[in-house]
Design a protein around this ligand. Structure first.
Ligand code: CTP
Ligand code: CA
Length: 223
């Protein structure tokens, strides 16, 4: 399928994609993060580029090669990801938030390596900015697509995120199924928009990315 000629349905469109986890430093040698290989976001970047889009990929720390002809910005923390996203957001037609952003960051990052002491350790955390929401709430937002990794009530949690964040679409996956999602090369998605629910059956993340982008293009045209 990768060699099949693709119809360039995204010609003339600028698409920004966030991918991978973020890392919130505790001290110079430790951090808090999420499980995320970045594979879905990178598959989306590759697929969008091959469909004719000009693609900007904002990637947290992952060990994946940059897809051909994709502009890549590497970031670590959620705050850095937020800043890099907003630097270029005005030029984007479509924003796809595939990153597993850490919801909390340390109130104080220790400048020196922390020493082990006592039997217990408490860390003080505060909420990170919501990058996707900050884009969707702009005066002139691009077409916004979120992801939702859930372990239960997948569709209803995704629906409430779609509404609360004022998104155009959200792609939800059930991460309690260990064959799919996270580090897997395969995934399955439930794609929700205001008035549709579409299931994309398990397949490679690249093929899934192509199908998702077709749905995105259709909704983008109808917007
Ligand atoms: N997201 C983001 N910035 C954050 C948190 C989430 O951009 N600080 C984006 C993710 O990239 C994803 C979507 O928001 O596209 C949903 O992320 P998710 O973690 O499922 O939702 P949250 O709003 O963080 O809610 P919760 O973790 O409590 O389920
Ligand atoms: Ca979250």
């Amino acid at each position: 399928a990768q060699t099949k000629a693709l119809t360039p349905i995204l010609n003339g469109l600028n698409i920004m994609i966030t991918a991978g986890p973020t890392r919130e430093a505790i001290d110079p040698v430790r951090y808090i993060s999420n499980h995320s290989s970045g594979k879905m976001g990178f598959a989306l970047a590759k697929a969008a580029q091959l469909l004719g889009a000009k693609v900007t990929l904002v990637a947290g720390p992952v060990s994946l090669p940059t897809p051909q002809n994709v502009v890549r910005h590497n970031v670590e923390s959620a705050q850095e990801m937020l800043e890099v996203v907003h630097n270029d957001i005005a030029e984007q037609h479509i924003f796809i938030a595939c990153a597993a952003v850490a919801d909390y960051k340390l109130d104080n990052i220790s400048e020196q390596k922390m020493k082990k002491q006592g039997d217990n350790l408490q860390l003080c955390l505060s909420q990170n900015p919501d990058i996707l929401k900050s884009v969707a709430f702009l005066d002139k937002p691009p077409f916004t697509v979120g992801f939702a990794a859930e372990t239960q009530d997948v569709e209803s949690y995704a629906k409430s995120k779609l509404e609360k964040k004022k998104l155009n679409m959200i792609a939800a996956n059930d991460v309690s199924n260990s064959d799919l999602g996270f580090n897997s090369d395969r995934n399955a998605l439930i794609v929700l928009s205001k008035d549709s629910v579409i299931s994309l059956e398990p397949k490679s993340k690249y093929l899934l990315a192509l199908e998702l982008l077709k749905l995105v293009k259709t909704e983008f045209n109808n917007r």
